[in-house]
Ligand binder design. Sequence first.
Ligand SMILES: *[C@@H]1O[C@H](CO)[C@@H](O)[C@H](O)[C@H]1NC(C)=O
Ligand SMILES: *[C@@H]1O[C@H](CO)[C@@H](O)[C@H](O)[C@H]1NC(C)=O
Length: 152
Amino acid sequence: MVKTLFFFSSLLLLLVSHSSQEPEPEQFPSQAHAELIHHGFPIGLLPSSVLNYTLNHTSGDFIIDLGDACKITLPPDNYLATYSKKVTGKIVKGRIAEIDGIRVRAFFKWWSITGIHSSGENLIFEVGMVTTKYPSKNFDESPACEGRHSSS
Ligand SMILES: *[C@@H]1O[C@H](CO)[C@@H](O)[C@H](O)[C@H]1NC(C)=O
Ligand SMILES: *[C@@H]1O[C@H](CO)[C@@H](O)[C@H](O)[C@H]1NC(C)=O
């Protein structure tokens, strides 16, 4: 009896200490979203459907696997954006560079987003030589991919 009690209380302790080692596990849709926050970016830059993700903490090189290509509508101007199945780039504090796999439809053309800076309350998107600025708060929520599996 004492032995059983001891077993259960150790088990409980184990569970409690285990859960306290992972701060707020369900606050972000994935570890990739948590890394965005960690580097000073809002989670809404990525769709919620991250399947797999690797980050080299030394170089900042990352690979995000979304499982499938993904289409979302970006606030506030409702630009259509597409994410490739695989999105790659380099992330450091306040800056994402060498992005490959994110395109935005604007002015009747598709543009590749090549870099994103965090600057105070704003995000600055680099589209080739051009930059455009949006308040970060527009990207506080991670959007779901639109129309996935419905048109195929
Ligand atoms: C996730 O990515 C890593 C490296 O790119 C790869 O080794 C691993 O097999 C992938 N895991 C899944 C579940 O796709
Ligand atoms: C991470 O990046 C560093 C610097 O570029 C490189 O030396 C190292 O091999 C990389 N690690 C992995 C696991 O790719």
